[in-house]
Design a protein. Structure first.
Length: 143
C-alpha cells in the first residue's frame, strides 16, 4: 500500500524540540518498516521549503543550506509523485463540487494528487483534513 505524507509531518521531523517530533519520526519509521511506499507531492516540497525558511514563530527559521539538505533528505526517503495536468482538472472539479474556499483548497489539491495517482491514504496531523474517500491516518495512532 502507499501513503502520501503531509507537509506537517515532514516539518515536525525537522523540529527536534516540537512535541510532535518523535511521533512524526516514529510513525514514518513504522510505515517504512511495514513495507509501506511513502510518497510526497511537489506541493509538499514547496510547502516544506516555505515553512522551513520562514522565520519563527510561523516557520522553522532554517538557513538556506539546512533547508536544502532537508529537501535532499526528503527526496531520498520518500518517492516524489509527478505533477500531471490531470491534477488540476481533478482539483478544479473537487473545489467546485465541494464548494471549497480558503486554505482548504491546498488540502483538496493534495487529494487531487492522491486521486490521480491512486493513493488511498495520507499521514497527517491535520484532524480536519477532508477525507473525500481517502483514509486519513493520524501519526499518533500509527502502530
Amino acid at each position: 500500500m502507499s501513503t502520501l505524507i503531509d507537509t506537517n509531518v515532514l516539518l515536525r521531523q525537522f523540529e527536534p524540540a516540537h512535541v510532535q517530533h518523535a511521533v512524526a519520526v516514529g510513525a514514518t519509521l513504522r510505515l517504512l518498516e511495514s513495507g509501506e511506499l511513502l510518497l510526497v507531492a511537489a506541493q509538499n516540497l514547496g510547502e516544506f521549503w516555505a515553512a522551513a525558511t520562514r522565520q519563527p514563530p510561523q516557520g522553522l527559521g532554517l538557513d538556506f543550506a539546512t533547508a536544502q539538505a532537508g529537501l535532499g533528505h526528503i527526496e531520498k526517503i520518500f518517492q516524489l509523485l509527478p505533477d500531471d495536468p490531470a491534477i488540476y482538472e481533478e482539483w478544479r472539479r473537487l473545489v467546485t463540487e465541494q464548494r471549497v474556499t480558503g486554505l482548504k483548497a491546498w488540502d483538496v489539491r493534495l487529494l487531487a494528487v492522491m486521486r490521480v495517482h491512486d493513493v488511498a491514504r495520507i499521514l497527517t496531523f491535520d484532524r480536519a483534513f477532508p477525507d473525500y474517500g481517502v483514509e486519513v491516518l493520524d501519526p499518533m495512532v500509527v502502530t
